[in-house]
Design a protein around this ligand. Structure first.
Ligand SMILES: *Cc1c(COP(=O)(O)O)cnc(C)c1O
Length: 358
């Protein structure tokens, strides 16, 4: 059995759009794509009058090296959000198939499923936000095609141990694709599970340049998966997903200098995470600060609404996560620069806050 047997038959049979850049590359005089012969004003040598490569070779190579996989295991797109959407559309038949998630979790999985009219089955995390293996496996019906696991979890910050990922991959073999979303793995103690791809053809890993690589505005994310899955998703991806300026920004970020810069900032975030957590935990009105392996802290307050308002009035916007199960008293605070984190602490330490919460 191939992992492609899990995908929609009509997508496997689809004749994909064949773009000019796919049919012919190289050459000196490009007169095959109805592009302008002239670079736009202020182009500075970028060459934006030309369509970009569908999967830019230099970027795919750099990402494959960074993530420790082969280039045919990489699909690069507009953020990992695009990969989530492509996976749901390729694997879930509208009105019939289902995804499985573990709330509280990243909202895009369910949104993409609903757009596709796929079902959403929930196997909630335990009260301490660890994976409930029994409940997750018990929830896998024959309609479940994709199982999303977010680790480190957004919004809880908790992680799923590698041994549990392997156990899930084995249990789901021939039944469903296991999609491990590692958007925050650069900030975690434990590394990626991408090295398991060669062992489990039903495993896929989502990575992004939006968080640790400081490129949220460029929209560059990757799906790491079996080459057949990568090839399948390319069939339904728009022909030119990646804007040239974004590709260039990503290549710069992944250069030696860019990598050193990113690592320095990851070190700061990890150190600030320890400092900020301890400081927040000692403040009036703070009930608990969840342990986090990501670049944010999720904080329980006596009165989260008042804390949100107080920060907002001081010009600080944090994420209200009270609508998530198990987090109805919590705010999610992204870790900023040390100076920014100081401002958060100063506002929350204000004594009138404690009075308001009392
Ligand atoms: C931020 C985030 C993403 C989205 O990343 P993009 O690459 O910017 O689309 C994916 N998953 C999780 C869990 C996130 O928090």
């Amino acid at each position: 059995m191939s992992v492609l047997d899990l995908a929609r038959a009509e997508i496997r049979a689809l004749q994909p759009y064949s773009s000019a850049r796919m049919e012919a590359s190289g050459g000196q005089l490009l007169l095959n794509a109805n592009e302008s012969a002239w670079a736009p004003t202020g182009d500075g040598g970028t060459g934006c009058n030309r369509y970009p490569e569908p999967q830019p070779a230099a970027l795919v190579d750099a990402l494959a090296r960074l993530y420790g996989v082969r280039r045919e295991q990489v699909l690069v797109g507009r953020g990992s959000d695009e990969a989530i959407d492509l996976l749901v559309r390729a694997f879930c038949r509208a009105g019939r198939d289902t995804i499985l998630i573990q709330p509280p979790t990243f909202g895009m999985y369910a949104v993409c499923a609903r757009i596709q009219d796929a079902g959403v089955i929930e196997a909630p995390l335990r009260r301490d936000f660890t994976l409930d293996m029994g409940a997750t496996l018990a929830a896998v019906t024959s309609a479940v095609k994709l199982v999303f696991v977010c680790t480190p979890n957004n919004p809880a910050g908790s992680v799923v141990p590698r041994a549990d990922i392997e156990r899930l991959a084995r249990a789901l073999a021939g039944r469903a694709l296991l999609v491990v979303d590692e958007a925050y793995v650069e900030f975690a103690d434990e590394g990626s599970v991408a090295d398991l791809l060669d062992r489990y053809d039903n495993l896929a890993v989502l990575r992004t340049l939006s968080k640790a690589w400081a490129l949220a505005g460029a929209r560059v994310g990757s799906l790491l998966a079996h080459p057949d899955v990568v090839a399948l998703l390319r069939r339904i991806m728009p022909p030119y997903p990646l804007p040239l300026p974004s590709v260039n920004a990503a290549l710069l970020a992944l250069s030696g200098w860019g990598q050193a810069n990113a690592r320095a900032h990851i070190d700061i975030v990890r150190a600030e995470r320890v400092r900020l957590r301890a400081a927040l935990a000692g403040l009036p009105g703070v009930r608990a600060v969840l342990p986090s392996q990501a670049n944010f802290l999720t904080v329980r307050f006596d009165d989260a609404g008042a804390a949100y308002q107080r920060l907002f009035e001081a010009g600080i916007v944090v994420r209200d996560v009270r609508r998530y199960p198990g987090l109805d008293d919590a705010l999610r605070i992204t870790i900023g620069t040390p100076a920014e984190n100081e401002r958060v602490l100063a506002v929350l330490a204000d004594r009138s806050m404690a009075r308001g919460a009392a």
